[in-house]
Design a protein around this ligand. Structure first.
Ligand SMILES: Nc1ncnc2c1ncn2[C@@H]1O[C@H](COP(=O)(O)OP(=O)(O)OP(=O)(O)O)[C@@H](O)[C@H]1O
Ligand SMILES: [Mg+2]
Length: 256
């Protein structure tokens, strides 16, 4: 069973899709690099036994802004699970990288207290099918409420004007879940992963289109306090007995 500490002010971003190779670690590491570049110490929690996110951290040049790593995939007999998963008190942004083939129990635990859940999707028929299942599990098993606006999709490694790309966009549209960014298939992501960098830490002229796209991910993530406030307000309205009265006494605006 997975466990983590919860803190009301902690921005807990979960990158998740049980389908392997869709870009979870690539997106998680880039988000961490963005937060690190703004100051403060973000933390990255790696639930994947492959440990690819922590390996990326080890490759990270020491002169770049520090990112705290948490090896959630390691189970120690010497320490309690919550001690192992503790997040430094001065960490405001926590990015959780999840493994391929996540089970239902773990899905619930890993998404609990998430402020944002990002699902990267590749535009192939098999990946689209797997993403549909993943999103259904998030809604039905992990009980993520779409009205909380925590859930978003990133279309990854796309080549525009392909049939599967158009199919992916139609599919996501039909679910009413926002596609917050479309990342192109680019060697810049591969290079950054190899060197322990985020794309924004590479030569700007080389990565401009990728950074422009990735900024959209960050923009959506940054809106989490507003999203949470709005969804709390809406939930309050839905529960309020006045909501019904207001509905019954809705003023007539028609001209006929
Ligand atoms: N936009 C992209 N353009 C080019 N290559 C990419 C892009 N996104 C990811 N990749 C590459 O695709 C491969 C898989 O990406 P990544 O490891 O991030 O996926 P993952 O979902 O974390 O995989 P796993 O399920 O095994 O953990 C890596 O080699 C990565 O460098
Ligand atoms: Mg990974």
């Amino acid at each position: 069973m997975l466990m983590t500490q919860s803190r009301d002010t902690l921005n807990r971003i979960v990158v998740l899709n049980p389908k392997g190779g869709c870009g979870k670690s690539t997106i998680a590491t880039n988000i961490a690099a963005y937060y690190a570049s703004r100051g403060g110490t973000p933390a990255i929690m790696d639930f994947d036994p492959q440990g690819s996110t922590l390996a990326w951290l080890e490759r990270r040049p020491t002169d770049l802004p520090f990112i705290h790593g948490i090896a959630a995939f390691k189970k120690s007999m010497q320490a309690t699970r919550s001690w192992q998963l503790r997040v430094p008190n001065d960490t405001a942004n926590l990015i959780v990288d999840s493994p391929a083939g996540l089970h239902h129990d773990d899905l619930r635990e890993i998404t609990r207290d998430a402020t944002s859940i990002l699902v990267p999707v590749l535009p192939s028929p098999m990946d689209i099918h797997a993403a549909a299942r993943c999103i259904a599990d998030l809604l039905l098993v992990a009980k993520v409420d779409r009205r909380d606006r925590k859930l978003a999709v990133i279309a990854n490694r796309t080549r525009k004007n392909t049939k599967s790309f158009a199919k992916l966009m139609r599919f996501l549209d039909s679910l009413g879940i926002p596609i917050i960014a479309v990342l192109r298939d680019s060697q810049n992501f591969v290079y950054a992963a190899e060197k322990g960098l985020g794309i924004l830490e590479m030569q700007r002229s080389r990565v401009r289109p990728d950074v422009e796209q990735f900024n959209k991910v960050m923009q959506w993530l940054d809106e989490w306090p507003e999203r949470r406030r709005n969804s709390n307000n809406e939930a309050g309205m839905r529960r309020s007995p006045f909501a019904k009265i207001a509905f019954l006494h809705k003023p007539h605006t028609g001209t006929t």
